[in-house]
Design a protein around this ligand. Structure first.
Ligand code: SF4
Length: 290
């Protein structure tokens, strides 16, 4: 995959409030494009204006921008990373932009939420613990417990079993971690057994929370790419998608209402909170005083 440096104008984008999913105030993407190549990735949609998603663009001035922007912020709000590109994709191993960004976030005392599919996050364990004195949380996206299926739909990402192991190490070192079961791909991953297995395994590896989206969103270029990949991987499934969903944006999982109804109970019975925990400034203040 090609890698190219670009200059960004700004780094932290304000998130529309309230952000009920992740409680973010700012979103931070150090890269454009993603080496994980998930077949369902929403970042391929035209609205994000990434011409060639299979080329990674590196924001060469990201760290300078971040220092300036953090210094100028009057109030602290959670910085989220991992929405448009994975902050721990392979290129990060050498470039260490995410690590340098986390150093600044620790220095300025901002709360952080990381969304990833990579065990490379373990490299920054100490930083995550430091940031955790204010607030840090690492959510692993896991849509199946089956390594084979995972490697088909997320071909550039570490195996699902590797992600669970990383979750376990973070939890063992006191970093708050959980699982995002999203998207749940219709016809491939939309069974109660799959959802249950993810929750059970996540709990076994120290997750304390879970969130889920029972279906997948598809639009324009992203849809075209996804359907092409279905043709390649699962002959015949494209026709079933087209028959069920046509050009619909949200493509619900089979039995999505039933899965939604069951989800809270499944989490509760395994001691998992539903939803990603949000930063509470007053709670951080109390912990600092202890
Ligand atoms: S890891 Fe996230 S950003 Fe990267 S390709 Fe997969 S869905 Fe897209």
């Amino acid at each position: 995959m090609a890698v190219r440096e670009i200059e960004a104008i700004a780094l932290l984008s304000p998130v529309k409030q309230p952000d009920r999913w992740f409680g973010l105030r700012y979103s931070m993407n150090l890269y454009r494009g993603c080496q994980h190549r998930c077949i369902y990735c929403d970042s391929r949609s035209l609205c994000y204006q990434i011409e060639d998603f299979d080329e990674v663009q590196v924001k060469a001035n990201a760290i300078d921008l971040l220092r300036r922007e953090l210094a100028a912020k009057r109030s602290k709000g959670t910085i989220g990373t991992g929405s448009m590109s994975d902050p721990y994709m392979p290129v990060e191993r050498d470039l260490m932009l995410t690590q340098r960004a986390l150093q600044l976030i620790a220095e300025f005392g901002f709360p952080l939420h990381v969304m990833t599919k990579s065990d490379l996050v373990l490299r920054d364990l100490d930083l995550l613990r430091t940031i955790g004195r204010v607030f840090s949380s690492v959510t692993f996206t896991i849509t199946t417990v089956d390594d084979q299926l995972g490697s088909e739909v997320e071909p550039g990402a570490p195996l699902v079993s590797t992600r669970f192991a990383a979750m376990g190490r973070l939890a063992a070192h006191g970093v708050q971690t959980g699982v995002a079961i999203m998207p749940i791909l219709p016809l491939l991953e939309d069974t109660l057994e799959n959802v249950e297995a993810i929750l059970r395994t996540a709990r076994d590896f120290g997750a304390t929370y879970a969130t889920a989206s029972f279906g997948v969103t598809l639009r324009d270029r992203q849809r075209a790419y996804f359907l092409e990949q279905l043709d390649r991987l699962y002959p015949g499934m494209r026709a079933e998608y087209e028959r069920r969903y046509g050009d619909q944006y949200f493509c619900p999982a089979r039995g999505h209402r039933y899965l939604e109804q069951e989800f809270d109970g499944l989490c509760e019975s395994r001691g998992l909170k539903t939803g990603v925990p949000h930063y509470r400034p007053e709670r951080a203040q109390q912990l600092r005083l202890l």
